[in-house]
Design a protein around this ligand. Structure first.
Ligand code: GRF
Length: 215
């Protein structure tokens, strides 16, 4: 079975969705750069090694990333899963784990990289918004896309209501992406395009469009 370490910074609802999905993946540890992250408490309560590594205790990004690597490597995971991890990782860190770091971003990449995506979506008058799970490369929020979900932008939306709708979609697509990873269905081409094998059913509901595997 493949193994992962999950990195978080806050509430950890994506982490919870991943744990709840009971994937054929071994979750070896949860690490937070914020010691008070509520997700860290939840991970510990659920029986996972939960480690706080306060980035404020390090003088530079590189020093933090070096220590983060050291801690991660103790668990020897196949993949590093960023679930609301709000630190930019240095190019040096990313280079240590080629095609082995996965992230979720609350927009339809390559649109709206960076922070405050729900505000930006409303400001730009987008009619469709969503979330993306992708492999991490040194260029922020630009790696090969594994899965996306769309949500409508409704006339009365505020960043908060839109964000809730996107978060509900995130909770569906992150476990799905990791299921594909766990079951060897992801193929990453040399040009950086992800293909999913045996993908032939498109299932939709009122708020999201998801690609799912035919069992
Ligand atoms: C999610 O919207 C994630 O995409 C973004 O930060 C939020 C984290 O939420 N990067 P949670 O900690 O998983 O609840």
């Amino acid at each position: 079975m493949k193994s992962i370490v999950i990195l978080i910074s806050g509430r950890g609802s994506n982490m919870d969705a991943i744990i709840d999905a009971e994937l054929p993946l071994e979750i070896r540890a949860v690490i937070s750069n914020r010691p008070l992250a509520t997700g860290l408490k939840s991970a510990a309560q659920r029986g996972f090694p939960a480690i706080a590594l306060d980035h404020k205790a390090f003088a530079t990004r590189e020093e933090f990333d070096t220590e983060l690597s050291r801690v991660i490597n103790q668990f020897a995971p196949d993949y590093i899963v960023l679930a609301g991890f709000m630190r930019i990782l240095s190019a040096g860190f990313i280079a240590r784990y080629p095609n082995r770091i996965i992230n979720i971003h609350p927009s339809l990449l390559p649109a709206l990289p960076g922070l405050h995506t729900h505000e930006e979506a409303l400001k730009a008058g987008l009619k469709i918004h969503g979330a993306t799970v992708h492999f991490v490369t040194p260029e922020l929020d630009h790696g090969p896309i594994i899965i996306q979900a769309t949500v409508p932008v409704l006339p009365a939306d505020t960043p908060a209501t839109l964000g809730e709708r996107v978060l509900a979609a995130e909770h569906k697509i992150y476990p799905q992406a990791l299921r594909w990873l766990a079951t060897d269905r992801l193929e990453l081409s040399a040009s950086g395009v992800v293909r999913i094998q045996h993908l032939d059913v498109l299932e939709t509901d009122k708020t999201t469009t998801l690609c799912v595997l035919k069992e």
